[in-house]
Design a protein around this ligand. Structure first.
Ligand code: S3P
Length: 431
């Protein structure tokens, strides 16, 4: 952890074009599918953050080989039937919830004896949400009260019918991956729709997966996936920080290139467009995982509401939406978002406390918060709470604060966006 503070001062305007890092969710999944394939797959524009490196580090323990090029990575696997099963020992998921939940499905599914660990933040996050349904499928998993480390045994799984108690793409994906190795069919009912990358990629890679109304069904994988070439679209959750910068800093215009336009990921853009924001989408590719360019201009913003129903498809954008709400004229309501308490930090607390210390008028509830805008942000020394999305939100706040925002533990942005501060500097014109 760097002891130095990251100091962000107000900008006269932001302008330019930005190419986003590869989408983090899609990057994790592409690595997992390439590891189930037999042969060499090539992935372009993989997210270069520490979370995705954690997935690679774990997969290496199962004998999967990776060769890093400048813009692409080659994944060489002998197919899921030949994963190393003996003496894997411990895999470390670092800070990455997605690595731990998705791999839990694959490991339990294949019945591999492994100990799964993570960093301090991940070790405090709930794992019962995946342990319980996996136990129902017949898995053997030991844990200390539903937290990491998890110890997996070598039991065989059977398909189950499961209705998701929390809206979580990680849990859904864990069960889809486990279902690939279970006898019989696995049925998952999702009452609130979450990101659907796992389902899309399963279709792309020829896996038999079906969706009827809210129920997704998956059958046992009979043969390894055929190796593939895939280019990961830009990360819409990373794009959200530049969307905010373009909207909030006066006289600004930004264009974001090749951003994922998956409908389950861009609800925040729709919400902001309905609130008067000048955001234009130019679709380029309309395949299962579509992408395109996004242009943002400085806007007058009306207040908006986030609730239980719409929150699942903008869950990672809530801290930056809260910052945007501080500049909207009126009360913006964020409720039914208790899930935020179980992210890399307690994101209700970290968003409320950090924005309040910058002068925002914000009221905390057990399941969310209200933001009363517009308020002038005054700058301060603020902690990132060890959370990449809070650090990036605070940096964007610095662009519109009267005094500098000084961010403690700022290098945590490396989790998803190592080039973030470099780009911030490039697009910002100093006062
Ligand atoms: C993710 C799903 C979301 C999200 C996380 C990535 C994924 O978590 O917050 O950053 O890649 O599936 P939940 O599914 O737990 O809500």
């Amino acid at each position: 952890m760097s002891r130095k503070l990251k100091i962000v001062k107000s900008a006269k305007f932001v302008k330019g074009q930005i190419t986003l890092p590869g989408d983090k969710s899609i990057s994790h999944r592409t690595l997992l599918f390439a590891s189930l394939a037999k042969g060499k797959s090539q992935i372009k524009f993989l997210n270069n953050g520490a979370d995705v490196l954690s997935t690679i580090g774990c997969l290496q323990k199962f004998g999967i080989k990776f060769q890093l090029g400048r813009y692409s990575i080659e994944v060489d696997s002998s197919g899921f039937k030949k994963w190393d099963r003996e003496n894997v020992g411990t895999i470390n998921c670092g800070n990455s919830g997605t690595t731990s939940r998705l791999l839990a499905g694959l490991i339990a599914g294949q019945g591999i004896n492994v100990k799964m660990t993570g960093d301090e933040s991940l070790s405090s996050r709930p794992m019962k949400r995946v342990i319980n349904p996996l136990l129902e499928m017949g898995a053997e998993i030991n844990s200390d009260d539903g937290k990491l480390p998890l110890i997996f045994g070598d039991k065989k799984l059977k398909g189950i019918r499961y209705t998701m108690p929390v809206a979580s793409a990680q849990v859904k994906s864990c069960l889809l991956f486990a279902g690939l190795f279970a006898d019989g069919k696995t049925y998952i009912t999702e009452n609130i729709k979450t990101r659907d990358h796992t389902e899309n990629m399963m279709k792309m890679f020829g896996i038999s997966i079906f969706k009827k109304k809210d129920v997704i069904s998956i059958s046992k994988l009979k043969r390894p996936i055929v190796p593939f070439k895939y280019s990961v679209p830009g990360d819409p959750s990373a794009a959200a920080f530049w969307v905010a910068a373009g909207l909030l800093v006066p006289d600004s215009k930004l264009t974001l290139k090749r951003v994922s336009l998956n409908p389950s990921r861009i609800s925040y853009i729709k919400l902001l467009q309905q609130s008067g924001c000048k955001i234009r989408i130019n679709p380029i590719d309309k395949s299962l995982e579509p992408f395109g360019d996004i242009t943002i201009q400085t806007s007058q913003i009306k207040p908006f509401s986030v609730n239980k129903k719409n929150s699942a498809s903008l869950i990672d954008e809530i801290p930056i939406l809260a910052l945007i709400a501080t500049q909207a004229k009126g009360k913006s309501v964020f409720r039914g978002v208790k899930e935020l308490r179980f992210k890399e930090s307690d994101r209700i607390k970290s968003t409320v406390e950090s924005l309040r210390s910058l002068g925002a008028d914000i009221k905390e509830y057990s399941d969310g918060f209200d933001v009363f805008g517009p308020t002038e942000l005054i700058g301060n020394t603020v902690d990132s709470y060890g959370d990449h999305r809070i650090a990036m939100m605070l940096a964007i706040a610095g662009l519109i604060s009267t005094e500098p925002v000084k961010i403690k533990n700022h290098s945590i942005v490396n989790i998803s966006y190592p080039d973030f501060y470099e780009i911030l500097k490039r697009i910002s014109r100093k006062r």
